[in-house]
Design a protein around this ligand. Structure first.
Ligand code: DGL
Length: 282
């Protein structure tokens, strides 16, 4: 084996960097673990600066660049932007600046919705930022400009999920209010366009009815990541090490709260969450 082959072989076993504004991206991590159990991840949750959903494009771009620099210093071989708002506001720009592959959650979600719709009417729910960016709509209509896209921001869903009120009557009431117009607009496909919303799937399902296809972009992103790694010849050659030893978790604040949330989402326990309190210096 020559030096180049040797270096490439090592690179295959480098981890994948995954980031989000906080805990929500763990719904993406969960799908990556299911789909690619032998890949290692380094996760960064920006818990000191969450939420991203109400912030400007410039701010999200700045935060995303800092986190990407942090992950690159950790030696990741690819990056997953596991946040819809950051995917909407920052992905296109940062992609141009990077020499490793990067994938967001919006394109995979948009593509599967295009395949799923029969009547050409797709709903999108997300944060204010994601909805204002119209990124889902743009990507859907790039495939087929006849498809109608009806978008709705649901800003209270994120704090309700983070408070653990997944099935609470307050959450159900808010879901009825947010989804009322979408239900009346005869969509047949609804994209859960925010990392937290897959956790409200059953509530959304009850309100929207069985006949609507619910798209979870986290699931599609994990499949998209597999394709991306394969196309760059970057799939690991390692065996499955198990989540405890293999993945690393970093946050910018409140490690305990993150750990508790992670325990309720991930298939097995994580033991350490590391605090990075100078992310703005990266
Ligand atoms: N992770 C964000 C998203 O998917 C939701 C939470 C936030 O607003 O930061 O858009």
């Amino acid at each position: 084996m020559n030096d180049i082959e040797h270096n490439h072989k090592q690179e295959l076993n480098f981890p994948i960097g995954v980031f989000d504004s906080g805990v929500g991206g763990l719904t993406v991590v969960r799908e990556i673990i299911r789909n690619l159990p032998e890949e290692r991840m380094i996760y960064f949750g920006d818990t000191a600066r969450v939420p991203y959903g109400s912030k400007s494009k410039e701010t999200i771009l700045r935060y995303s660049r800092q986190i990407i620099r942090f992950l690159q210093r950790k030696g990741v071989k690819a990056i997953v932007v596991a946040c819809n708002t950051a995917s909407a506001f920052a992905l296109e720009e940062v992609k141009k600046e990077m020499d490793i592959p990067i994938i967001g959650v919006i394109k995979p979600g948009a593509e599967v919705a295009v395949k799923a719709t029969k009547n050409g009417r797709i709903g999108v729910i997300g944060t204010e930022g994601t909805v204002k960016s119209h990124m889902y709509k743009k990507l859907i209509q790039n495939h087929n400009d006849k498809i109608q896209v009806i978008e709705k921001a649901c800003p209270l869903f994120v704090p309700l999920v983070e408070e653990g009120l997944l099935k609470d009557s307050v959450t159900v009431e808010m879901a009825h209010r947010y989804l009322k117009d979408l239900k009346a607009s005869h969509i047949d496909t609804l994209i859960l366009g925010c990392t937290h919303y897959p956790l409200l799937r059953s509530t959304v399902r009850e309100i929207m009815g069985e006949e609507i296809t619910l798209v979870n972009p986290a699931y599609e992103t994990a499949k998209g990541l597999e394709e991306l790694l394969k196309s760059h010849n970057l799939r690991t050659t390692a065996e499955n090490h198990g989540i405890e030893q293999s993945h690393e978790f970093y946050v910018s604040d409140a490690e305990e709260k993150f750990m508790e949330f992670a325990r309720s989402i991930l298939p097995s326990n994580i033991h350490t969450v590391n605090l990075i309190n100078n992310i703005e210096e990266f």
